[in-house]
Design a binder for this molecule. Structure first.
Ligand code: SF4
Ligand code: SF4
Length: 508
C-alpha cells in the first residue's frame, strides 16, 4: 500500500512558477507518458555502470586509461553539474540503481513484510554523514586513482539500493540514503525547471491525488488491486487510460511542490495524473532559493548539510593544490603524526566546523544589522540559500574544469577497454581536451563568478523581502561574504592542480 501523507486543505497550495511548460514541446508529453520512457535513459547508464564495474575489476589499473576512473570521476561528475545548471535533475531520471527495484520487490515478497524506516533517520542528517563519508573516502583512499575501488563503490551503490528497497518502502534509498541523489536534489534548487501543477483548481477537485498515491483505472472495477487510488475510466482525461500507474515514491504531491527537493524526475506523476495536469515549468534559477522551500521540507538539517557542501566542495578542490600539502605538513608536525587518515580527518573536521561557523556568523550579522536580533536558526534558514548558490557555483566550476580537460578521452578509453580484451583497436590517446588549455581557468572562473552573481541577487532579494527599510543595511554582511568566498574560489581555481600521491606531498 502506498504510504499516505496529510494533504493540505483545498485551495491552500503554495505559489508555483508559471513559465513555459516543456511538456508543450512536440512529442515530449506523449513520450513521457509511455511507461518505459525512464528505461530509455536508464539502459545507457546501466551499460556505462557495467563498463565501469568490469573495467574497474578486470582492466588495466591505470586511472587515465581505465573506464571506471575516467567515466566516473571525469565524465559523470561533469555532466551531472551541466545537467543541473541547464535542465534539472536529469541523472536521477536515468538512474540505473532503480533497475534493482524488481529484484528488491521479489526479495520483499520473499520476506513477507516491509519494515518502517526508523524515525530517527527520517531527516537529512544521515545523507549529510554519507556525503561526508564519500568525500572523505575519495581523498583518503585516492578513489580517483583506483579503478578497482571505483568499481567497488559502484557495486556498493547497487547493493545498497537493492537492500534498502527490499526491506523498506519504495523511495527510502533515494530520499534518506543516496549521496548522489541528494547532491542532485540539493543543487537542483538552482535548476531552471520544476514539476508543477498546470491548473491548481483541477487539483482542488481531485480528491484522490493520484500524482502522490498512484492510480489504477479499469473498465471493470473488480480488476483493481486496492493498492492505488481507483479512478474510473470515465473520469480519466488522459491518454494513459487503463492500467496501473505508480505515484510519487518520494511522497511529493505536485500542487504542493515549491521546489525540486526529493524530486527524482521519474515522471510517475505525469503518467498517474488522470487529468493531464502536470507540467515541467521553466523558472528562474533564483526562484526556489527565494521561496523558503526548505522551511517546509527538512528545515535545519538540510540547510546545515547544504551549507557544509560549500566547504566540502572547496576542500575537494583545495586537496589538489600545493598550499594544501603545506598545511598538511604543518599539521603533521604540530600533531606529531604521519598518519594521513588522521590528518585528513582533522582537516575535514576543521574546515567543516570553521565553514559552518563563518557562514553562521555572516547570516547572523546580516540579521543583526537589519534589526532582527541574534537568532542563529532563523538567520541560517533565511540566508542559507545564498550558500547553496555559492556551493553549486564552485562544484560546477571544479567539475567542469576536469570535464573539459578530458571529455573527449572517453573515446580512446573505450577503445582501450576492447584492446585490453584482445580486440584489434589502436586507441588514439592524443584525443582528450575539449577546449584549449588557456581557456580552462577563464571558463571555470566564469562559472564560479556567474553563481556568485546569482548568490548576490538572492542576497539582495532576501534583504528586500524581509527587512523593509533596513534592507540596504542587512544585505551588506552577506554581500561581503559572497565577495570573499568568490575571491577565494577563484584563487583556488587559478592554482596549478597537481597529480596527487599522498596528502603529505610526493617529496616526503
Ligand atoms: S493527480 Fe493531477 S489533478 Fe490530482 S492533485 Fe495531482 S496534479 Fe493535481
Ligand atoms: S513523481 Fe515525484 S519524484 Fe517523480 S517527477 Fe513527479 S514529483 Fe518528481
Amino acid at each position: 500500500m502506498a504510504e499516505r501523507i496529510t494533504l493540505p486543505t483545498h485551495g491552500s497550495y503554495p505559489p508555483q512558477p508559471r513559465g513555459f511548460d516543456l511538456l508543450r514541446l512536440p512529442g515530449l508529453r506523449h513520450f513521457l507518458r509511455w511507461k518505459h520512457a525512464r528505461l530509455v535513459f536508464q539502459l545507457p547508464l546501466l551499460l556505462l555502470a557495467l563498463f565501469v564495474i568490469v573495467d574497474g575489476l578486470t582492466g588495466r589499473q591505470l586511472a587515465p586509461r581505465n573506464f571506471a576512473t575516467t567515466a566516473t570521476w571525469l565524465h559523470y561528475r561533469g555532466l551531472v553539474v551541466v545537467a543541473l545548471a541547464v535542465a534539472g535533475n536529469a541523472f536521477c531520471a536515468g538512474c540505473p540503481l532503480m533497475l534493482t527495484r524488481r529484484p528488491a520487490n521479489f526479495l520483499k515478497r520473499m520476506l513477507g513484510r516491509e519494515f518502517r524506516w526508523p524515525k530517527a533517520l527520517k531527516s537529512k542528517w544521515l545523507v549529510g554523514f554519507l556525503l561526508l563519508a564519500v568525500f572523505f573516502s575519495y581523498e583518503a583512499f585516492n578513489l580517483w586513482a583506483s579503478p578497482w575501488l571505483t568499481a567497488w563503490l559502484a557495486i556498493a551503490y547497487f547493493a545498497g539500493a537493492l537492500a534498502i528497497d527490499a526491506f523498506f518502502p519504495k523511495g527510502t534509498f533515494c530520499k534518506y540514503v543516496c549521496p548522489l541523489g541528494n547532491f542532485n536534489f540539493m543543487f537542483a534548487s538552482i535548476s531552471p525547471t520544476q514539476v508543477t501543477a498546470t491548473d491548481t483548481s483541477i487539483c482542488d477537485s481531485c480528491s484522490e491525488k493520484p500524482c502522490l498515491h498512484g492510480r489504477e483505472s479499469y473498465a471493470d472495477p473488480t480488476r483493481a488491486s486496492g493498492d492505488l487510488a481507483f479512478i474510473p475510466l470515465s473520469s480519466v482525461t488522459h491518454a494513459n487510460g487503463e492500467g496501473q500507474f505508480p505515484g510519487c515514491e518520494t511522497n511529493l504531491m505536485v500542487p504542493t511542490m515549491t521546489g525540486n527537493m526529493d524530486c527524482t524526475s521519474c515522471m510517475n506523476c505525469v503518467r498517474a495524473c488522470p487529468y493531464d495536469n502536470v507540467s515541467i515549468t521553466v523558472r528562474s534559477p533564483a526562484r526556489e532559493l527565494l521561496a523558503r522551500a526548505w522551511d517546509r521540507r527538512w528545515g535545519l538539517p538540510l540547510m546545515t548539510v547544504a551549507t557544509a557542501m560549500l566547504y566540502w566542495g572547496l576542500l575537494n578542490a583545495m586537496a589538489m593544490v600545493p598550499p594544501f600539502y603545506d598545511v598538511a605538513e604543518w599539521l603533521s608536525r604540530t600533531l606529531t603524526t604521519r598518519n594521513e587518515t588522521l590528518l585528513l580527518g582533522v582537516i575535514f573536521a576543521g574546515i567543516t566546523v570553521l565553514g559552518l561557523v563563518v557562514s553562521l556568523a555572516a547570516a547572523v550579522a546580516s540579521d543583526a544589522v537589519g534589526g532582527k536580533g541574534v537568532h542563529p536558526r532563523a538567520a541560517i534558514m533565511r540566508w542559507g540559500y545564498v550558500f547553496v548558490a555559492l556551493g553549486f557555483g564552485f562544484w560546477a566550476a571544479h567539475y567542469l574544469f576536469h570535464f573539459l580537460t578530458g571529455a573527449a578521452s572517453i573515446w580512446p578509453v573505450t577503445q582501450h577497454f576492447f584492446e585490453w580484451r584482445g580486440f584489434d583497436v589502436d586507441p588514439n590517446w592524443r584525443i582528450a581536451r575539449f577546449i584549449p588549455s588557456s581557456w580552462l581557468f577563464p571558463t571555470a572562473a566564469a562559472v564560479s563568478g556567474a553563481y556568485a552573481l546569482l548568490a548576490s541577487y538572492v542576497t539582495i532579494r532576501i534583504a528586500l523581502r524581509d527587512f523593509g527599510r533596513k534592507a540596504a543595511l542587512a544585505m551588506w554582511p552577506m554581500l561581503l561574504f559572497v565577495l570573499a568566498i568568490t575571491a577565494f574560489q577563484v584563487v583556488v581555481l587559478a592554482l596549478p592542480m597537481e597529480m596527487r600521491g599522498t596528502i603529505l606531498g610526493p617529496t616526503l
